[in-house]
Ligand binder design. Structure first.
Ligand SMILES: *[C@@H]1O[C@H](CO)[C@@H](O)[C@H](O)[C@H]1NC(C)=O
Ligand SMILES: *[C@@H]1O[C@H](CO)[C@@H](O)[C@H](O)[C@H]1NC(C)=O
Ligand SMILES: *[C@@H]1O[C@H](CO)[C@@H](O)[C@H](O)[C@H]1NC(C)=O
Ligand SMILES: *[C@@H]1O[C@H](CO)[C@@H](O)[C@H](O)[C@H]1NC(C)=O
Length: 426
């Protein structure tokens, strides 16, 4: 699956998830020497042996925050594939922020804001890269009931050009997140229909946008993903806490309610491949906090749930979003994003979880508390070597960077200490 050369450019033809794993593999190979040393240290090298080593590169894990224009709602963001640009939506004033990354370090270095839509009430929200139109991006104007396909432009200062507009047909209302799956573009319609009071999922053929379907659903559709084995489409619905399954061939839809005993508010969803095959989703919780729960649906269509164990940060985590964190060396893993968006009882934290061999239980949890608590973190996006997190409340983009190691090789705290709390403070 991951046959690729040492040139990271060779990752380009692989599937998106495999590409990420492939690039991570290269990073791992680059740091192999350093890592071997670190592992040797961790696996019980004595102080005597330590003293015999000459010098050591320090392994670090660093979070940096980058200030964006002031806005009350910093929403979706995505990298324009094969470029150093990230597009980010600020919904409250319908602005598209184009962010330039340093090509070597991936650090955000500059930005420019572009108004999108008729006016500041157009509610720019969804941002998603097109695969059928490489280099072009899908956007949604929730307030104008429109999907846009745009050319983001070659330079930071170049304004995006609108290539195609798809009007959401009545009774659909309010396209929120947008995705391209196979030959179709999909959008969750977040706002109750003016005609029927219902909610819908919209889908259209990218090559023939008059070929459209509206699927009635519960309140309110957010993420839309394909289960890779069956080709079935799954949709999270947040407020009504249920997942809808769509068979595109038959048009049949089925609701899979989240059992209240595990939590509620299904939001983030991704497609997993290889050992993680299926769709993975997170539960964001409610005003009393989250339950640190996320779930998986594979080819059988059954929901299975996983729960974080860390008593301070995990068990009340409100998990809003997630991303693939797998590496070749470290195996299957997920980034989970806990947010204070719905409850200040839930921490703002980025959590990396690993699994046991048969993917039946969580085997490791690495916690990275965000620098600014109550920042209402919103989305997580792994780049090639770093991870970006958007902070909705503080109009900030945070970046996690590992130096002299990679995600998945950061040693768990319990590898050298036990969890006994000391009886004396001194
Ligand atoms: C486009 O889709 C419409 C609606 O499904 C269909 O009637 C039409 O034949 C399609 N056009 C082409 C060129 O496939
Ligand atoms: C989807 O519906 C079609 C047509 O009814 C059926 O043949 C197919 O088996 C269904 N797909 C799945 C994965 O259930
Ligand atoms: C919030 O979620 C918890 C955990 O699922 C549940 O016990 C509680 O009833 C929910 N509260 C409300 C107001 O829905
Ligand atoms: C854990 O640490 C405490 C405090 O240093 C110590 O008293 C205890 O013996 C340790 N337990 C084990 C199992 O090593």
């Amino acid at each position: 699956m991951l046959a690729c050369s040492t040139n990271t450019g060779q990752c380009a033809n692989l599937h998106q998830a495999s590409q990420a794993a492939c690039r991570k593999l290269h990073v791992e190979m680059l740091h192999h020497a350093v890592r071997s040393l670190v592992v040797a240290l961790a696996l019980g090298a004595s102080r005597f042996a330590l003293a015999q080593e000459s010098t050591h590169s320090l392994v670090s894990r660093r979070l940096t925050e980058y200030l964006l224009p002031v806005a009350s709602e910093t929403h979706e963001f995505a990298r324009v594939p094969d470029t150093n640009f990230v597009l980010l939506s600020q919904m409250s004033d319908s602005a598209l922020i184009k962010i330039e990354l340093d090509p070597a370090t991936e650090e955000p270095i500059a930005w420019k804001s572009f108004p999108m839509g008729k006016n500041s009430d157009s509610e720019l929200h969804g941002v998603w890269p097109s695969t059928l139109h490489p280099g072009k991006m899908w956007l949604t104007l929730q307030g104008e009931n429109k999907l846009l396909l745009v050319d983001p432009g070659q330079e930071l200062s170049t304004a995006p050009t609108i290539l195609q507009t798809i009007d959401i047909p009545a009774p659909g209302n309010g396209p929120h997140c947008v995705f391209e799956i196979g030959n179709r573009v999909w959008a969750g319609l977040k706002v109750a229909s003016e005609q029927t009071g219902q909610y819908y999922v919209f889908s259209a053929d990218v090559a023939n946008a008059t070929d459209q379907t509206l699927y009635p659903c519960l309140k309110s559709p957010v993420f839309i993903k394909e289960e890779p084995t069956t080709g079935l489409i799954y949709v999270t619905q947040d407020t009504d806490s249920s997942i809808m399954r769509i068979n595109v061939t038959s048009g049949e839809t089925t609701q899979l309610p989240i059992p209240p005993s595990v939590g509620n508010n299904a939001v983030g969803m991704i497609t997993g491949y290889g050992p993680m095959s299926g769709v993975w989703f997170t539960l964001a919780g409610n005003a009393t906090g989250g339950t640190g729960t996320f779930g998986h649906i594979g080819s059988t269509g059954e929901m299975e749930f996983f729960q974080l164990q860390h008593p301070m940060l995990g068990t009340n985590a409100g998990l809003l979003h997630l991303a693939d964190a797998s590496t070749v060396a470290g195996g299957p893993a997920l980034w989970l994003l806990s947010t204070s968006l719905l409850s200040t009882n839930s921490p703002d934290a980025l959590i990396r979880v690993t699994f046991d061999a048969d993917m039946s239980a969580v085997s490791g949890e690495e916690y990275i508390s965000m620098l600014t608590q109550t920042a209402m973190v919103h989305r997580v996006l792994p780049l090639d070597q770093t991870v970006l997190v958007s902070e909705m409340h503080t109009f900030t983009l945070a970046q996690l960077t590992y130096t002299n190691t990679i995600a998945g090789q950061w040693l768990p705290a319990e590898s050298i200490s036990n969890t006994t709390v000391y009886a004396q403070a001194g």
